[in-house]
Design a protein around this ligand. Sequence first.
Ligand code: SAH
Ligand code: SF4
Length: 378
Amino acid sequence: MGVDRVNLLEFDLEALAAYCLQLGEKRFRAVQLFRWIHQKGASEFAAMSDLARSLRNKLAAHAEIRAPELLTEQASADGTVKWLFDVGGGNAVETVFIPEDDRGTLCVSSQAGCAVGCRFCSTGHQGFSRNLTTGEIVAQLWYAEHHLRVRLGLGPGERAVTNVVMMGMGEPLQNYAALVPALRVMLDDHGYGLSRRRVTVSTSGVVPMIDRLRADCPVALAVSLHAPNDVLRDQLVPLNRKYPLDELLGACRRYLEAAPRDFITFEYCMLDSVNDTPELAQQLVELVRGDHRSMSVPCKLNLIPFNPFPQSGLRRSSRERVLAFAKVLQDAGIVTTIRRTRGDDIDAACGQLAGEVQDRTNVQTRMARPVIRIETTG
Ligand code: SAH
Ligand code: SF4
């Protein structure tokens, strides 16, 4: 069985080349192998016809290409597909494919559970169990891409997944060491060949890791803001107590110097009577504009209607409130979109991903505290 075998999904091309070197093989063999795995979706060495039989035998003896076991697949009426993978120890993570006219976006998980514990997030309510490995992150793309090519009847050269967003379960920047090689596999021309603009890391604001990502592997960045001031954000995104807004926005400005896009996407989950008033929208405008021009953050705002789940104690903002909030931003010249909810008939929408996680952090007890509501007139 696979216990002692090296899973080649764990390796970016450099690591695979190092592994091949150990087997006495030249770098170009690693390139061939990498292409078999990621471009063709091979899982059997025997099928790799242009590799010498001796190498195939060696690989078959010591290595494997293995995704976590698939537990369930659910397809939504709108074409969204959600997979649940067993990552062992009673933990499962979810991956979601969202097809649109001009793209296919895969929403990938980075951790089993999440330690940040945002109030409005189902994953946050589960607590943290463990980081996924590079192979477990890559496997989600490997499985989805090759499975969908067959399912959608795509021809050679056609791609199912054109965009990856690290917006599944977990905080990707709290699993940095596994994340970066996984991003490299996604970007590699011999791998999935996705451009940096089409791979998005979404973070709740791990400031030092935003700086490291800028240096190591700049891809598109989405920052989950959810509040325009520290008092409110401290409540909604507990990580804000460690990295408050001025530090977070500073990291965003620095990130833009190296980013593949010239804006940051700010995500803002619309919670009824918590963070959705026109006054807060105005504060948000002032926040991203900064006190003077050099402090502004070029950005787009993505408003996400809250997707409810049991135990959250929160409600989705009404359509009218979302539109009124958006209007304040748009009138100030900020590009603002309202995210369409996809796959909610299969609980695949943002923040509904729950999988099954062994809570090792007792977050559920901490979460029992109520959120302070804003008193609104009218
Ligand atoms: N941990 C990362 C990425 C995963 S969450 C982050 O927080 O950015 C992906 C996005 O879904 C985040 O913007 C998050 O705030 C949002 N989200 C979480 N729970 C949600 C919910 N119940 N409804 C709507 N959006 C939610
Ligand atoms: Fe973690 Fe993101 Fe959910 Fe917050 S929103 S708990 S950071 S997964």
